[in-house]
Design a protein around this ligand. Structure first.
Ligand SMILES: NC(=O)CC[C@H](N)C(=O)O
Length: 217
């Protein structure tokens, strides 16, 4: 049976949603404390959403120094699929596993709503079970989800199919309507929307479940 490590920092608040969502998919997900420097045998890693270290300095800026992140970096080097959701995406950018940065939403408001996203590439561990251009409705819940990167980086992301999800109606000012990106290997992915919460607590909605299932191949 597949097993997923879910890294928990002080201030993380979506870890149980991730564990519950994977349980519905028949996958065992195990919480890993930020102070642990080993992940054990895992098939994938999820860095869930929340407000790690109170979002002080910048979201993810302190979390990237936690011992567990050393283990995540090692796992990434070994090719283990890594998924960062919302604050997890912010952590992966701060850690340098993904390019760019998440800055404050255009309009400076905290956004808590459902948005439509479109699958922009199926060449990633997150989107490999999706159909190109398939649309999903997913919740967002963030203040700093406005993805930015320099022009060269944006061009590279676009040219190599590393923009994996795009907002249909951009809610936060994100460059190129980006909702999620992958690294060059397609095995490290970050997205701002929360597929693990797509069922609203009444079961995992199917397209979002397929997105999460992708992580395990
Ligand atoms: N839901 C979340 O992960 C919140 C993300 C976050 N720290 C923010 O930008 O507001």
């Amino acid at each position: 049976m597949s097993s997923v490590a879910v890294v928990v920092f002080p201030g993380t608040n979506c870890e149980h949603d991730v564990v519950g969502a994977y349980a519905e998919l028949g996958v065992t997900a195990r919480l890993v404390h930020h102070g642990e420097s080993e992940l054990g045998a895992v098939d994938a890693v999820v860095i869930p959403g929340g407000f790690s270290y109170g979002d002080y300095l910048r979201p993810g800026a302190i979390a990237r120094f936690a011992p567990a992140m050393g283990a995540v970096m090692d796992a990434a080097r070994r090719g283990v699929p890594i998924l960062g959701i919302c604050n997890g995406f912010q952590v992966l950018c701060e850690a340098g596993l993904l390019p760019g940065a998440l800055q404050k939403n255009a309009g400076l408001s905290f956004l808590c709503e459902h948005v439509e996203v479109e699958v922009a590439s199926v060449e990633s561990v997150l989107t490999q079970k999706m159909r190109a251009h398939e649309r999903l409705s997913l919740p967002i819940n963030h203040f700093e989800g406005n993805f930015t990167a320099d022009d060269d980086t944006l061009r590279r992301l676009e040219e190599s199919g590393r923009v994996v999800l795009r907002y249909v109606a951009n809610p936060n000012g994100s460059a190129h309507d980006i909702a999620g990106i992958a690294d060059a290997s397609g095995r490290v992915v970050g997205l701002m929307p929360h597929p693990e919460r797509a069922g609203g607590g009444y079961g995992l909605a199917e397209p979002a479940g397929r997105l999460l299932a992708g992580l395990l191949g």
